[in-house]
Design a protein. Sequence first.
Length: 325
Amino acid sequence: MAISEFELITRYFSGIGPDLAAASSTIAMAGGDDCALLQIPPGQQLALSIDTLNAGVHFPEDASADDIARRSLAVAVSDLAAMGAKPLAFTLAISLPHIDEAWLQAFSYGLKHSAEFYGINLIGGDTTRGPLSIAVQVHGLVPSGQALRRNGARVGDRIFVTGTLGDAALALDVLQQRVDVAGANKAFLLSRFYQPQARLAVGQSLLALASAAIDISDGLLADLSHILKASGVAARIDSRQLPLSEVLQTTVNNNKALTHALTGGDDYELCFTVTPSQREQISQISQALSVPMTDIGCIVEGEGLFCTGANGEVMDFARLGYQHF
Ligand code: ADP
Ligand code: MG
């Protein structure tokens, strides 16, 4: 027999996240009433962001419920990371075509795992019937006036990215059967797509250090260009410096690998700018957090994004399928 909406919420959407009692100074009341109540500590600002994932658009129709849950939370938390905010709580608006308890069980399991990993509690939401869609709104805290913004890049700043780029785009090739990869390489790529690691610790360490930051959801060129527009500057990047995973480099040719790294979305790495004198601090943070951080270029005067290719030539973005300029 089908369970009621409220039973469903109690069974699958309660107790998600770390110990609520420990968070009682900021989460005054979670779940069950008309609103949740948050307490913003003095000297802190509330950072908010929402992301919707629709079946067939943001993930394949046949993706597992566990993967969908993890990806939904990670992509939302990634926006907190990009601002240097600390996770506080999240709400979940979910639309389900029908009640499938095995699916809900797996979704709840993935969500719980991910919420504990990021240290963020589910404090409310909305449950409706309709085509499968998941919207996650995250709330975070950041010291007042210190959030990492897109508009602070200055001429002479170095441009860094975390991790490796292009893996999620290659994963999409695999999921859509354009590229054939098996075994450990396939597992690596699918985990890069379904379980991106929001770079929370990096974002928080960059507070009062980075001049600008953004998370790479739409592709490096697209997202870096948001920093450039907001800051009124241009950039030169060197494609030879782009951090590429072993799997990306060995699965496709160099041109394809660079295209994915430059224009492929879904990696959820951070791109940020710092003054050249802060390079040493960045390398220390990189070591301390065991997160690769690679210098890929610099901020220059003017407008636009210039990228040098494998032989030092200026790359043609049109050929790379890049639409933004
Ligand atoms: P209302 O009708 O007042 O908007 P609902 O009936 O939608 O409230 O929800 C009842 C309670 O269950 C609320 O506290 C709401 O936050 C919570 N809730 C509903 N759906 C979810 C969900 N998917 N995840 C977590 N909490 C949920
Ligand atoms: Mg109500």
